[in-house]
Ligand binder design. Structure first.
Ligand code: ADP
Length: 640
């Protein structure tokens, strides 16, 4: 049979070229990982074949010994990685090896600075797979045939990694993929059986697919036979005590396509109960770039009775634990399960709640035993975990214990305060956990609403993540104590109320007098600000600011309001209450002022400053500037 080669020269997608350059330059110091990446691809291809052949056994053709063969040729200076997995058709090879499909990768590339050194540090954050071949090779040839297609449907792909590649039709009798690396001149160290074997056992010992190399005689001559060089048992099926940390870490890199070591893992074998499974779950050290993208898939690799079924199965982890990577192997699901059936299979909720429990156990252990590691986890994934109280009602209390916040106790942006720490530091009469939420840490930290708390040494949590206010709404309480915004409601600080009834009475009397004294001013300000505010009243939260804005206890806060508007939601506007500090010189001066026109101007400034202090935009910034300038001019006039 003759085959029309139909050779084509094609250009890499611009992003591939860019990625290739960075990979080659930045991973040079760890170049042996090319082998791990290619073995990983072969193993995925074999897993896919196993799965597809469940419904179509003919895909095995006459070859059901699934394996990866690795050989080298000293004279030709090549290494060949060969698998009998699913293979690729011509269209697939062009799509898979010539373009980048993953949105995370594109996003990554768009963030590159062009500064090679900085960019190299970033590459560690995600898998580079096939392109790592070009670290050691100056030419790569791939010959592949999709399982199920005739031998005349083989395809060859070749590139020197310089922007172009060629594809052509070839005949290929065996199913699967051969990757042939033509080594660069100074990479000949890899043309050595022991070198290759040591890389394979280092990275791929645990894979459940045999990796074979040519068997050598004692004086290193070829015997013509092959021998398995890895253990070839699925790591997760082994006893925990027989697995080293190194092996756990290498396995993680394989399942998660990550270059970095994981932060921690939990390995559980549950047998003999009402549901049998083995799970090996990992916390990555670093958040992937696509963690916040809605359209990306997360999830676990699913095996049923050791047979790979699907990748990125999302059903086993709630959204707030979407960063968890790993493997679930169970007998509770049928082998022929499809994504659709998976949705409603009765075992899913059971497996899911069991796996969630393992992850929460792991996080608790980490938080308890290794605060440094937990802090590292929190800074990468804390904002995701904060979705937990809303999503997982049953585990709300456990999740609440895992949350960390910034607080006035350290006034540092680092989120390290647990709610339990806060509770321990509460004042004897304190019944609530206080918090402030703002758009960013600095405006939370310097909010006027904190003044009375700072003065009396009452701790306040400083919340500035976008999700915080929403999360707090779902959390509502911790350890029987409700969470109270310092910018909402009529603040009655029980912890500050005098115990002595006589003293209490005196204070109340003083307040009434003040109220009476300022009544006139309050009425005037109300009529000046009119529809902008709900009410004006004297404040007991301020010590050094003249005024602030507060909301009703159940109203949404200004950050939340802006957030909802930004995503196009209808929000009924909540008018704020203006609170005045009767001790403050500015308020006293306003009180004494007889000039109504000035009172009008200055009241507006007071109100607009209060808006600024809470991080809200001014309705008419230009008028504010004019008013302040006018004030200055008057001040200068008085000076001369
Ligand atoms: P990744 O493995 O992270 O998806 P790669 O760049 O390594 O990225 O590979 C891109 C795609 O090429 C893979 O997703 C797979 O579809 C295909 N591929 C790579 N190697 C093989 C192989 N040995 N057999 C079949 N398909 C492969």
């Amino acid at each position: 049979m003759t085959i029309d080669a139909h050779q084509e020269k094609l250009n890499f997608q611009a992003e591939v070229k860019q990625l290739l350059d960075i990979v080659v330059h930045s991973l040079y110091s760890n170049k042996e990982i090319f082998l791990r990446e290619l073995i990983s691809n072969s193993s995925d291809a074999i897993d896919k074949l196993r799965f597809e052949s469940l419904s179509d056994p003919a895909l095995y053709e006459s070859d059901s010994n699934l394996a990866i063969h690795i050989s080298y040729d000293k004279d030709a200076k090549t290494i060949t990685i060969s698998d009998n997995g699913i293979g690729m058709s011509r269209d697939e090879i062009v799509a898979n090896l010539g373009t980048i499909a993953k949105s995370g990768t594109r996003e990554f590339l768009s963030r590159l600075s062009g500064d090679q050194k900085k960019d190299s540090q970033m590459i560690g954050q995600f898998g580079v797979g096939f392109y790592s071949s070009f670290i050691v090779a100056d030419k790569v040839t791939v010959i592949s045939r999709r399982a199920g297609l005739g031998k005349e449907h083989g395809v060859s792909w070749e590139s020197t990694g310089n922007g172009e590649y060629t594809v052509a039709n070839v005949e290929k009798t065996s199913r699967g993929t051969d990757v042939i690396l033509h080594l660069k001149t100074d990479e000949e160290e890899f043309l050595n059986s022991w070198r290759l074997r040591s890389v394979i056992t280092k990275y791929s010992d645990h894979m459940n697919i045999p990796i074979l190399m040519p068997k050598l005689t004692e004086d290193e001559k070829l015997t013509g036979e092959w021998e398995t060089v890895n253990r070839a048992t699925a790591l997760w099926t082994l006893a925990k005590t027989s697995i080293t940390d190194e092996q756990y870490k290498e396995f993680y890199k394989h399942v998660a396509h990550d270059f970095e070591d994981p932060l921690a893992w939990t390995h559980n074998k549950i047998e003999g109960g009402n549901i049998d499974y083995i799970s090996l779950l990992y916390l990555p050290a670093r958040a992937p770039l696509d963690l916040w993208q809605r359209d990306t898939h997360h999830g676990l690799k699913l095996y049923v009775q050791r047979v790979f079924i699907m990748d990125q199965v999302e059903q086993f982890m709630p959204h707030y634990l979407r960063f968890v990577r790993g493997v679930l192997d169970t007998t509770a699901l049928p082998l022929n399960i499809s994504r659709e059936i998976l949705q409603d299979h009765p075992s899913i909720p059971k497996l899911r709640s069991a796996l969630v429990r393992h992850v929460l156990d792991l996080l608790e252990r980490l938080a308890h035993d290794d605060t440094k590691k937990y802090a590292a986890f929190w800074s990468e994934f804390g904002a995701v975990l904060k979705e937990g109280p809303a999503e997982d009602f049953a585990n709300r209390a456990r999740i609440a214990n895992l949350l960390r916040f910034a607080s006035t106790d350290q006034d540092s942006e680092e989120q390290i305060v647990a709610l339990a720490d806060y509770v321990k530091r509460m004042k004897p009469n304190q019944k609530k956990i206080y918090y402030i939420s703002a758009d960013n840490f600095n405006s939370a930290k310097s909010s006027p609403h904190l003044e009375i708390f700072r003065k009396n040494n009452i701790e306040v949590l400083l919340l500035s993540d976008r999700i915080d206010e929403w999360m707090i709404n779902h959390l509502a309480e911790f350890d029987g104590k409700s969470l109270q915004s310092v910018a909402k409601g009529d603040l009655a600080l029980d912890e500050l109320v005098a115990e002595d009834p006589q003293q209490k009475q005196e204070e109340e009397k003083k307040q009434q007098e003040q109220q009476h004294e300022f009544d006139n001013l309050i009425q005037k300000i109300k009529s000046i600000l009119g529809g902008d505010i709900k009410d004006v009243r004297l404040s007991n939260r301020l010590t050094s600011s003249p005024a602030c804005l507060v909301r009703d206890q159940n109203a949404i806060g200004p950050q939340m309001e802006r957030l909802l508007k930004a995503v196009g939601q209808q929000v009924t506007e909540v008018k704020p209450i203006l609170e005045l500090n009767p001790q403050h010189t500015i308020v006293r001066k306003l009180h004494a002022l007889i000039d109504d026109e000035r009172l009008n101007e200055w009241t507006h400034i007071l109100y607009e400053e209060a808006l600024l202090a809470e991080g809200s935009p001014l309705p008419d910034p230009a008028s504010f500037v004019q008013r302040v300038n006018k004030l200055w001019i008057e001040m200068f006039a008085n000076q001369t």
